[in-house]
Design a protein around this ligand. Structure first.
Ligand code: NAD
Ligand code: DAU
Length: 343
């Protein structure tokens, strides 16, 4: 199998490439070629791929998924059996501060890839999406794949739009498109703008931990490797034209997550600091993952406690990685997002 991955230098994409090329998979299931097509935005980091960089089956192409000529050339050269689209502007707070790049990459970029896949008759196209497209989910619901789309942020609206666009290529052109919608991922190599790595990093540096609003917003936590195994399960056993939710079945309020981080890192709860809430902040995400289990047999394997410990251990052992990604642009983003947020 030849796999064309976009956004493979980011958090989840790089975990997926490492899984594809790693030794944990049986020989028969190992790909003959993995092409990673990535623009290397602030979130893209080739260091995340150091474990596979010398693998003869791995190739990196530096490019923007909005660049139709380059995308077409790369797909024509690769002749992939499957395209897996991870590339996105993925952070809600950044999408609120600057929506333009979000719409460019998440909508125009997905469109460009779909057109290239149509032209080259790529046998499978998996579009990686998010539970945020369902918006805030009231108790006691768990959103299944037919739940209404009620995106709240420019990020989630762009993902909802790209999901619909991808699925329209199945309906209109008969293209074998599938969409996965995952809950909040965590694990090693996550950029420290997202809740868990940001709180670990700030705790390790004795910096304040900014809690939006009352901190009682609920997220369902999914270990990144479980997500990547789900994507493989959908590629191998999913049906074209279908959507599959991927959840960790571990819903927790943010405050509880942050308290666990402080306890594990060994820092006082007094480091938590309530700050002004995120505009349009979704209160609760909760997914039904029955369909994925029923059709592919996939289930999340990593318990949250063990996953969080593994993640904290990784950040402790890789302080130099965090220091590098936090230098430069991160500092100005942090200022823009967190200054003037005191309550
Ligand atoms: P990330 O921000 O860590 O990585 C995004 C990657 O995409 C980076 O390597 C970046 O350089 C690349 N990229 C951005 N714009 C590009 C462009 N125009 N052309 C080519 N490459 C580009 O994101 P992530 O957290 O790994 O998320 C990956 C995908 O999974 C996204 O589509 C996101 O919407 C989805 N998702 C994320 C989560 C989560 O909790 N992080 C949960 C569900 C779904
Ligand atoms: O649900 C899937 C989505 O999860 C993905 O589609 C997104 O790509 C990913 O970024 C994530 O979105 P969230 O907005 O849920 O994740 P984030 O880590 O930004 O925030 C998680 C919760 O923590 C949310 O309720 C906001 C809160 N939060 C976040 C930050 C960064 C804080 O209280 N303080 C913070 O500083």
């Amino acid at each position: 199998m030849k796999v064309f991955v976009t956004g493979g230098a980011g958090f989840i994409g790089s975990a997926f490439v490492r899984l594809l090329l790693g030794s944990s998979r049986p020989d028969a299931k190992r790909p003959s070629l993995v092409v990673n097509f990535d623009k290397l935005t602030y979130a893209g980091n080739l260091e995340n791929l150091a474990p596979v960089a010398d693998d003869a089956r791995y190739r990196f192409v530096h490019g923007d998924i909005c660049d139709a000529a380059l995308v077409n050339q790369a797909i024509a050269e690769t002749e992939p059996d499957v395209i897996v689209n991870f590339a996105a502007e993925s952070h809600v707070d950044r999408s609120i501060l600057s929506p333009a790049p979000v719409f460019e990459t998440n909508l125009r970029g997905t469109f460009t890839l779909l057109e290239a896949a149509r032209l080259h008759k790529t046998p499978r196209f998996l579009h990686v999406s998010t539970d945020e497209v369902y918006g805030s989910i009231p108790v006691p619901d768990d959103a299944d794949e037919d739940y209404p789309l009620r995106a709240s942020s420019p990020y989630s609206a762009s993902k909802a739009g790209s999901d619909l666009l991808a699925l329209s290529y199945f309906v209109t052109y008969g293209m074998p498109v599938m969409v996965t919608r995952a809950s909040n991922n965590y694990g090693p190599y996550q950029f420290p703008e997202k809740l868990i790595p940001l709180m670990i990093s700030n705790a390790m540096e004795d910096q304040p931990l900014p809690i939006y609003g009352d901190g009682m917003q609920v997220r369902d936590w999914l270990y990144v490797d479980d997500h990547c195994r789900a994507i493989l399960a959908v590629i191998e056993r999913g049906r074209a034209g279908e959507i599959y939710n991927v959840g960790g079945s571990r819903s927790l309020p943010n405050l509880e997550v942050v308290e666990r981080i402080l306890d594990t890192v060994g820092k006082p709860h007094s480091l938590m600091q309530t700050v002004k809430d995120r505009p349009g902040h979704d209160r609760r995400y909760a997914l039904s993952t029955e369909k994925l289990l029923h059709e592919t047999g996939w289930q999340a394997e990593m318990p949250f406690e063990a996953g969080l410990r593994t993640t904290i251990d990784w950040y402790r052992a890789n302080a130099a990685w965090t220091a590098r990604v936090k230098s430069g642009e991160y500092q100005s983003y942090y200022q823009r997002n967190y200054a003037n947020r005191a309550v």
